[in-house]
Design a protein around this ligand. Structure first.
Ligand code: ADP
Ligand code: MG
Length: 273
């Protein structure tokens, strides 16, 4: 199952207190954001800290409403959170007194959709999907950070949402674990076909994961460019795709876009390489 997402001319204004006079004033977090995500697409949203990435995610998750503009999933305006959209956050969100399996089963129970036997089977399947079969009966304190995030991914996918929203989910992990999980996420995405919006401030992570990379600028937050990433990910693990000239060209392009500098044209970089 996979859904489309559309943001049309979305602005988000927060009331914040000024430093000196403590008066409330408007802070424009997002201004005129347009973005479309196709069903089954893996879109990476990259931008500096504070540019409004989480604000975009909160809108799509239905946790907040936009000040103006429209946010649509499958053509329908979002009115609140729903089981059609699931979120994985950076901070670990597992219940410490429940095993990995029991954490996934609890989410399934909350949907009210599945029998006890179905919950058990779905938890098993999805922990297998993230490679945690052997750790299914461990408690969170017995799992590494990377494993905890895999449980969170399994939990999010267990009730088959049309959209998986990920807000810097690997940001707290060490570099090697992060790369490993990036590779596994591509495999999970290919197997499930879920639409994924992956938020990160890491250019390399965005280029590795995204079929397209939406580049955000700050003050006010906007989507300034959407870059098509045409890399052969099926061979990603074997070929160390991050070391290829094509990957470097895309990374440079996104970097230049973020720095607001003219990029060497992608075609030129590819020709030289
Ligand atoms: P990012 O996720 O890209 O780091 P955020 O979306 O969290 O950025 O925040 C964008 C800007 O909006 C920041 O300057 C932040 O301080 C501000 N902001 C976010 N949420 C609120 C809020 N509820 N009230 C006031 N300001 C907010
Ligand atoms: Mg954020």
């Amino acid at each position: 199952m996979s859904s489309s997402i559309e943001l049309r001319d979305v602005s988000q204004v927060f009331a914040v207190r000024g430093d000196e006079d403590r008066q409330l004033r408007d802070f424009v977090a997002l201004q005129g954001v347009d973005l479309t995500v196709a069903p089954g697409e893996l879109l990476a949203l990259v931008g500096p800290s504070g540019c409004g990435k989480s604000t975009v995610l909160d809108l799509v998750a239905g946790l907040t409403r936009p000040t103006s503009g429209r946010v649509l999933v499958d053509g329908e305006e979002i009115t609140g959170p729903g089981l059609d959209r699931s979120v994985v956050f950076q901070q670990y969100t597992l219940l410490p007194w429940r095993t990995a399996t029991a954490n996934v089963e609890l989410a399934l129970e909350a949907t009210g959709r599945y029998t006890r036997a179905e919950r058990r089977e779905r938890a098993r399947e999805h922990l297998e999907l993230v490679g945690l079969t052997e750790f299914a009966h461990r408690y969170p304190h017995e799992l590494s950070g990377g494993m905890k995030q895999r449980v969170a991914i399994a939990r999010s996918l267990s009730y088959e949402p049309g959209v998986l929203l990920m807000d810097e989910p690997f940001g707290a992990l060490d570099a090697q674990t992060r790369e490993r999980l990036q590779e596994e996420l591509v495999g999970i995405w290919e197997r499930t076909g879920t639409t994924i919006v992956f938020i990160t401030h890491d250019i390399e992570e965005a280029v590795f994961l995204g079929q397209r990379v939406a580049v955000m600028s700050s003050r006010p937050g906007r989507v300034k460019e959407v870059v098509d990433i045409d890399l052969d990910r099926s061979a990603a693990v074997e070929s160390d795709i991050r070391s290829t000239p094509e990957f470097a060209a895309y990374r440079h392009h996104v970097w230049a876009s973020l720095r607001q500098q003219p990029a060497r044209r992608l075609e030129e970089v590819e020709r030289v390489a």
